[in-house]
Design a protein around this ligand. Structure first.
Ligand code: PAF
Length: 293
């Protein structure tokens, strides 16, 4: 496996992608903030399988506009050398690792530059406690799409709200990128892989499995209807110590509210967010409500 070309400027990125574009090859793209783990590796593999002989690009950029607290931004792990090794293992062709000035030449504030207004979904679920977060995410993804001009981009289902909102942006702003959601990668005990898991101590790591156990309890009982599914999920949470629940919600797959009495066979999504110690974790799963006989 040959090492990817690592570029930091827009001009270098364009030059690195020129041969693939001239040859008419497809371009697959995985945007990341680095600190790559096996979940990211799965996204890179998915991108490769989608474009075949085409070019796979990964971006590594800790995006300041999606952080609420300056301290969180400063403390975010920056591990470029190790990340490039992961990209090499997964057959990535180009790593784009710009600095803030390259991505935001006019600045990062509303008064400095054009920013994406994220629409109604920014007010639900994660958006309720992370003001401005999706404005930052959608803005940087729009910019990265403009620079990389991918045919297909792969995001994890782990950040399900992010995935749905990016799909919605691509549709509403006519961006013409195929957005693929890759399944969440889990530890053997069900914990979803996340760069935040490193902040959990041994006890908290055990407690954190309550999130996926809660979701699976709902999924397994959804056949009996939404009420029983949520009852079983809440029972798991009641028996779990150390988990400070933010929300447990069932929505449509597009994150709209479910009808009061969903018909048997209704496809839905269950989403959870909770704090374990000081670490905020999220997870979600698809589920089908009621049995179709
Ligand atoms: O999911 C992430 O890592 C980030 O939110 C993304 C999509 C790379 C935008 O900065």
């Amino acid at each position: 496996m040959s090492a990817p070309v690592v570029v930091t400027t827009r001009a270098e990125l364009a030059a690195a992608l020129a041969p693939a574009r001239r040859a008419g090859h497809r371009v697959g793209f995985v945007p990341t903030m680095g600190a790559l783990h096996d979940g990211h590796a799965a996204l890179l593999r998915e991108a490769r399988s989608l474009v075949g002989d085409g070019a796979v690009v990964a971006s590594i950029f800790v995006n300041p506009t999606q952080f609420g607290e300056a301290a969180d931004l400063e403390q975010y792990p920056r591990t470029l050398e190790a990340d490039v090794k992961v990209c090499e293992r997964e057959g990535v062709d180009v790593v784009f690792a710009p600095d803030v000035a390259e991505m935001y030449p006019h600045g990062t504030g509303d008064d400095d530059a054009v920013m994406v207004r994220p629409g109604p979904l920014a007010k639900v679920l994660e958006g309720r406690s992370r003001k401005g977060h999706y404005r930052g995410v959608l803005t940087v993804v729009a910019k990265l799409f403009g620079l990389v001009r991918p045919d297909v981009a792969v995001f994890g289902q782990k950040d399900y709200q992010q995935l749905v909102m990016i799909r919605r942006m691509v549709e509403d702003l006519c961006m013409g990128v195929d957005v693929v959601g890759a399944e969440t990668v889990r530890e053997p005990d069900g914990l979803a892989l996340s760069s935040r898991n490193v902040h959990l101590d041994e006890d908290q790591r055990r407690q954190a499995t309550a999130l996926s156990r809660t979701l699976y309890a709902a999924v397994e009982n959804a056949v009996y209807g939404l009420g029983p599914a949520l009852d079983e999920a809440r029972a798991v949470l009641r028996e779990s110590d150390g988990v400070d629940l933010d929300y447990l919600e069932v929505t449509t797959p597009d994150l709209d509210p479910l009808p009061d009495d969903p018909a048997p066979g209704t496809e839905a999504r269950i989403l959870i967010a909770a704090r374990v110690g000081t670490t905020r974790l999220i997870d979600n799963l698809p589920l089908t409500i009621g049995r179709i006989d």
